[in-house]
Design a protein around this ligand. Structure first.
Ligand SMILES: Cc1cc2nc3c(=O)[nH]c(=O)nc-3n(C[C@H](O)[C@H](O)[C@H](O)COP(=O)(O)OP(=O)(O)OC[C@H]3O[C@@H](n4cnc5c(N)ncnc54)[C@H](O)[C@@H]3O)c2cc1C
Length: 363
């Protein structure tokens, strides 16, 4: 269904301005569509505002503390650095803001003709071609791309509400002495490793036999060994059954094969999955049906089921990017090019990614 010269531009609306939504919006613009991009919060999504940018800054602080243990070998002397938690967290926020402000993703998008609106709150469908924002704003489009990302899942066990999630790290007033981290995939390993380096006693629980479960087996073995060598207690093949309050502390019950045990700590963090942000979308009004983890959709009569809560390792943006290319290219009217391919798109894609760790200059 390629457009012929003179065909009116297709109106494309993209919900969510994280890396996936930005990529979809730019691809659709490049192919000649009129594009509206709607964002509940701030352009950049989890990637820039809450995930990799701030967590990498925390990880860098943690590594600086850890490096102290090898100073001696390099002929350096001095006491172990002490942690000013408020300052460390403020710096992590600063880097996230820096990433947002200096990259000016919003400006680049608008420059390329994308009609972006931020800070809308979650938009929802009112029919298959219309979405509405909380302030009453309403948009109609020929095609609507859903790129709403996900959120930290709770663990549905008794007492699960006693646990904190990744986002709660930024609200901590003091560093706990002892922490239990439930979930040994990417986010759980990052939380555990950062807290361990900060001097917290950490126990890490993973139901699968290795951590992170989806990694190459040799990587899993190395990582588990490295964590144990650092002094972390690693419980693989262990299922958390419940939490309960014990004074100011939390008691966690677990089962590992035939062994039933419990541990008490100041704080428990859950990092047990990242389901899609579908609940606000009112997808029923769009005639789109979801099952846990899957959005059912049709493209040119073919049924394609998309995983809505990928539990793959952190290469997710690349998977999303692939998806969005496929989706944008499915758009009827995609024969035009709004700007030369490869001129601006690679640049803005780079802007939506973070390097693994902010170096001295950028942090
Ligand atoms: C702690 C942490 C560390 C990570 N580290 C890495 C890493 O090292 N490498 C890596 O590749 N990935 C990493 N990730 C994952 C990466 O952040 C995500 O894969 C990426 O952000 C997903 O992009 P997205 O566009 O699909 O979703 P998001 O970035 O989440 O963007 C979705 C956007 O949609 C908006 N939205 C949601 N619902 C609505 C609605 N109804 N209406 C309007 N807008 C809506 C949200 O506000 C959000 O801005 C990490 C994530 C976390 C949490």
């Amino acid at each position: 269904m390629r457009a012929r010269p003179g065909d009116p531009a297709v109106k494309v609306l993209v919900i969510g301005a994280g890396p996936a939504g930005i990529s979809a919006a730019l691809q659709a613009r490049e192919l000649g569509a009129e594009v509206v991009l709607l964002e509940a919060e701030q352009v950049g999504g989890t990637n820039v505002n809450r995930g990799p940018a701030p967590v990498r800054t925390l990880a860098r602080a943690a590594r600086l503390v850890r490096d102290w243990s090898s100073w001696d070998r390099f002929g350096l002397r001095g006491p172990r650095p002490t942690l000013d938690l408020d300052a460390v967290l403020a710096n992590s926020d600063r880097v996230a803001h820096h990433a947002h402000d200096t990259m000016d993703i919003a400006g680049h998008l608008r420059h390329l003709g994308v009609d972006l609106t931020e800070h809308l709150g979650p938009v929802r469908f009112t029919d298959p071609h219309t979405v509405r924002a909380e302030d009453g704003g309403c948009w109609r489009a020929d095609r609507i791309v859903i790129a709403v990302g996900g959120h930290a899942a709770p663990l549905p066990v008794p007492g699960g509400r006693l646990a904190l999630g990744y986002d709660d790290i930024h609200t901590m007033k003091a560093l706990p002495d002892e922490v239990l981290v439930v979930g040994g995939a990417d986010t759980g390993c990052q939380i555990a490793s950062i807290l361990e380096d900060f001097g917290v006693t950490v126990s890490l629980f993973e139901a699968a036999p290795t951590l992170p479960p989806a990694a190459d087996p040799s990587v899993s073995v190395e990582l588990g060994d490295a964590f144990r060598a650092q002094g972390m207690n690693v419980y693989t093949g262990t299922v958390v059954k419940s939490l309960r309050a014990q004074g100011d502390a939390v008691c966690l019950d677990y089962r590992s094969g035939p062994v039933i045990g419990q541990l008490v700590a100041d704080t428990v963090f859950f990092a047990v999955g990242w389901p899609a942000n579908l609940s606000h979308l009112a997808l029923d009004a769009a005639g789109v049906h979801t099952e846990p983890g899957v959005i059912r959709r049709r493209v040119h009569g073919r049924r394609l089921d998309r995983r809505a809560d990928r539990r793959t390792p952190a290469r997710v943006p690349h998977l999303h990017r692939g998806d969005q290319h496929g989706r944008a290219e499915d758009l009827p009217g995609s024969g035009h090019r709004a700007f030369p391919a490869g001129l601006e798109l690679p640049r803005i894609r780079r802007l939506t990614k973070r390097s693994p760790e902010p170096g001295p200059r950028s942090s």
